[in-house]
Design a protein around this ligand. Sequence first.
Ligand code: ZN
Length: 300
Amino acid sequence: MQSELSIRLNDGGYKNWIKAGFCLQKIRDCLIGFVISEMEKFHQFLLHNNSLLRREICKNSCRPQGTKFQGACPLCEVWKREILKHHTIQNNVIYWGNCSPPLWPKQAWEVAKVYMPHGQANTRGPGKCDVAALLNLIISCDRFDFVERQKVIEVASSDWQVQLMETDGVDALKFTDEIDTGEILNAELELLREWIQELCFTMEEQEALDVQHINSLNTFKEFLKQNKELENVLHKEVQQLYAVEKRWKHGVGTVKGQDGVEWNLEENEGLSTMDGKTGEVDSCKCTCASGLKHNNEEQE
Ligand SMILES: [Zn+2]
């Protein structure tokens, strides 16, 4: 496994992606304690200010979907109102599907997830969040009014590309000497899991996929073919991805080109034919996708 990691790290684009992801994970780890402590205080504040929230629990097992939370019980309606009162951006899109409202009275983290971008439904604590989710929470919840928000916005919108020295791309051993190999492997697996999660979310939530999402999916599948041992380690997640892809193909299966024209996947079997339609755009939010795309381009 380690020698295969060395081979992957000898590719400049891939190593760039791992380094950037590794740094982001470290920033996330530094923020966790602070964010948990503030959200616990915020939760206590909400409970203290409204006795209804302290006394009652949701008896309807309310379950929002995506950005919609319709048919909430009276108690969850009160929670919704209280949570939105503390959102710094009024009329912002809220990903209610991130959280489980019946847990709001007991778990500060379920409240925190209302202030985060999509894709947090399965994260049960900040340890599994990416740094972007934590930064968004700090920007969006007025509990963090004492933080200089503009600075956080600047950090959140920074270009996280890691610049490589020219010689850096061919010396994986140097990198693995500097940082424990096990630590790199863990960071790599976490990044790959995030990539799979993002692909699954996109196929489940979006009616028409952008070409770059299809390319991201293809790049990932090609990457797995070349790295069988990773496919074994990530077996459960990969199976989930394939199941979601199958459902997507049998369901909507529509792809949207950059020109805005949509076409059905089944009429365009052979997704590789879409490569020529990518142009210059690389707007997929998955950092790993662009990292590996770069990797593939170099090999061609
Ligand atoms: Zn409810």
